[in-house]
Structures are given as structure tokens and as C-alpha cells.
Design a protein. Sequence first.
Length: 586
Amino acid sequence: MSAISDDEGNEADVVSRHLCGIVDIGSSGIRFSISSKAPHHARIMPCVFKDRVGVSLHDVQYEENTLKKIPIPKDIIREICAAMKRFKLICDDFGVLQSSVRVISTDTAKEALNSEEFLNAIYEGTGWEVELLSRDEEARIGVYGVASSFNTISGLVMDLGGVTTQLSWVKSSDGQILQSSTPVSLKYGSNTLSKRLKLEDRRALFLELKKAFKEAMIKIDIPDDMINDAKKNGGFDLWTRGGGFRGMGHLLLSEAEGYPIQTIINGFSCSYDEFVAVSDFLFLKGRIPGSPEKKIFKVTEAKAKQLPTVGFLMNAAFESFPKIKTIHFSEGGVREGVLYSILPRDIRAEDPLLIASRPYAPLLAEKYLNLLRTAIPENDIPDIICSRIAPALCNLAFVHASYPKELQPTAALHIATRGIIAGCHGLSHRTRALIGIALCNRWGGNIPEQEEKYMQALEELVLRDGDGVEARRIVWWTKYIGTIMYVICGVHPGGNIRDDVFDFYVMQTTQTTKDRLPRELRSVASTNLSRVQKHREFEIVVRISKDDLKTSASVRSRIITLQKKVRKLSRGSLEKVKVGVQFYDN
């Protein structure tokens, strides 16, 4: 066995102090995880170990097909305790301090007929005391879990678990989390409701649900400013979590033909109409769409059988809720909620896209970003481009430099869906699509036909998740900054910027003639002229040194390529850009 030096030992101690073990005793399973709280990446809460024991504590506490409750069987207690002991050994292997392990449970364990026996068995086997969350604490942790899953959010929150459904509201921005002080927990989880649907009158149960949801909406006390914003924006955003919604999300993904991101549920969004179309089918038909043998990715047979119950529940909810515009799906559970709740506000305020891409940044990434910004008009471009996509693009600009030339744009296109930042917690599907599109264009965007279809699917994803005209502009500017970086990185491939080689400056004119819009946008413009009438024209001037050593033929050829690519990009767009060239003496 090789010896470990004092320095290595100290370094290992530092790492272990940042590791946190969490056991989530839920109604449908026991989840084990070890995550890092190290400040440099705490915002995305990287998980170094995950495991799950598929014991449904809810199901084992009821006689089959009845609502008669029984104690947790002794063999189940032994099985759970054995899994706890194994996890304790794994924590030792990772160097997790015992004081940094938390075992958390909700009503499932607390309300068991032999709860004390169950909790004592865990303590005797591991020395760990189980934290029993109240319903309000569970709702609060759930909101933090949802907030951790996105950059900023605002709207209603719904958590559909096995035993309960919880309702609240949230406003999360710049690391500040505001939520209802009176969240509501209703005993209408997917497991509970499935049993009742087998034994009770459906209509009476539906009316009971509607009444409970209406009362819950009053109790959570939605702030007036959120209500006013929802009226202006066409309805509330509904942010969801819990096993019932994850199953529903995967079903919706399986029904969305050609949707490009099938393996990641966190960050998926759909319109109210899309959700209701599937929910109504489940409610009316009592089965999932398609053949009975249909398999849904990441949805077990048992969970698939509960999806009609989810449809039943959501039909009642939507008849009681205020108008809903968009439904968002989160994978933020107890682990993410607990960790996010204890992070300092300044860390919570960090952008997960920038944190995930920062380890791959060249030493002088800021210089690349500054040069890129000289080619971007200061005003009137989508904020997401300047504040998020452009900085992340500069961080990731050289990740694929060692790849074969023909592979670089293809690998870049998939960077946030199958590549090195695909595992980042906190990215919406829209953000994943945009950074892939930008980075693909940074490498020239020359990809095979099949990948062209995937690129188009990513663009359509952005359009479906956004406001039509503005979403088109976001896609355009994403491609544009990628194309500019293709030139910048080609001129400066070594991770440094030589200020005396070339730069850009922008001249801008704006027209407001509606008939200059692309034909497909004119009908939109007639109903919303204040937002879409601007037909923007820019001229980007590339200022190049006359020094032949620094601006060789390869540099000049990239400028010609830039002119061609931007000319093609401008066709049929609201943004019209011309690229000029100006030579100067050093």
C-alpha cells in the first residue's frame, strides 16, 4: 500500500469537509446521496454518489386494495437498516464526516403505526437520528428544491408525492427566495389517491379535490404583484416537482415527436394546452396514450399505472387554479432543497451555466468576452445573450480544440445534453439548447445532415418555450455570437488576445416599417406592433491590422467566411447585419 503524504492527507481532509451525505426517506423509496458544498461549485451541487432502495413505505403500511393501515413489516425495517449501514460505509469511503450526514423523513415514517420502532432501529444500526419534517417544513424544502433547479423562477409551486400534494408560491431571483408563509399540504398523493379511486365514487372525489384546491389557493395568499404580472403575461407559471410530475413529464416527452432532449426531465417545460391534452386523455380514458405495451423512459410499470390518477388530480386542480400559462418540471428533491437552503445568498445568486462552464475557461476568457462584446450592439438585444450565453460561450470556446476538425461542431452541439456540462443542475432545456447552438457555430457549424436536424429541433425547442418574435431573436443572436467567436478563436487560438490584431465596432440603424418584416411575422406584428415592428439593421466593421505577420491569409479568409455566414444568417430575419472591413496601421 502506498503511503499518503501529509499534504495529500490535508487536501483529502479539506475535500471531505465539503461533502454532505443525505438520506431521504420518502413514501416511494429511500434515496441516498453524497454531494459537494465546496464554494466554487456549490451552486450546482455536484453529486458524487447516488443510490436508491425501491421500498415503498406507503404501500407496505396498507393491506392490499384497502385503506386499512398496518405497521411497517419487520423484514422491511431490516432491509432499510441494512441499506443505511451500507451507506454509512460508503460515507466512510468518501471521507464524509458523520456530523455531515442528515437522515430526513416526512409523514411516511412519522405517521407509521410502529414509527418509534422504525426510527430506533435506524439509530441503533447507524447512530443516525432521523429528522422528521413537519408538513410546512417539507413544503419549504420542496420550494428550495424547485428554485435550485432553475436560474430564476416566479409562480405557483406544486409538489406531487406519493402521500401528499403540496401547494405554495415562489419568487426566486439574485439568490433571494420568497415563498408562501402558509403553504398547504393535502392528503392527495398519487399513491393515496389511487387507492381511493378504486374504493370511492369518482365524481364525489373529484368535487372534493376541487373544493380542497380552491381553499388552498386562498390559503397560500398569492401576492398582488404576482397576480398582476400573471394577468399581463397570460397566466401563471406552474413549477412542479415530485414523482407524480416526473412521470407526467416523461410521458409528455415521449409524446413530443422530435423533441431533442429526452433523457433530462429537469428544466423541461410545456404549455398549458400541451399538458391538458395529455391530462384529459388520462382522465377520460384511464390509461396512457398508445398501446398497452408502451414503455415510457424512466417510468416504471407501477408509476405508469398511476398516471391516470395524476390526470384525475390535475383536471380537478386546473378547474380550481387561476389561469396557468406554462408548466415547468423540476428534479429538485429533498437533497437539492436541503443543500440549496443552507447556501449563502451570494452563492445561490450565481448562474448555474457560468458555474458549470467556468472550470473549462481559458486563463484569459474575460479578454475573449470583451472582444466579443465589441461586435454586439450595446442596446436592444436579448439579455440572456449578454448575461449568460456569451460568457459561457467564452468559457467553453476551446473545450473541443483537441477533437478532430469534423467532430468539433457536432460535439459542441451536444455539450449540454450529452457532453461535459450535461450533468449540471439548474439548467432549463432552453438554456441547454442555446449554449449548444452557440458553441456549434463557434466551430463553424459544419455538421452532418442528421445533426442539422438535431440543430433545428433545438431551435424549435427555444421557439416553443418562448414568446414568438423574441424567441426568434434569441436564436438569431445565439448563432451570431457563435459565428463571431469562430473568427475570434481562429485569429487567437492560443487562449490569449493580442489587442493590436483586430477588433470590431458597431454602427446601427433601425427601421420601423411593418412591411419589411418576414411574411410569417406580419400577422403577429399587426396585433402587437409595439413589440415586433422594429426591423433592425446593423453594420459590424472589422478593424484589421495591416501587419501581414499578424493578419495572414488564414485570418483574412475567416473574415470572408464571417461575411458569408452573417449574410446567410440575416436572410428572412428581423436583424439585418452587414460586415465591413477597415485596415489600419499599427
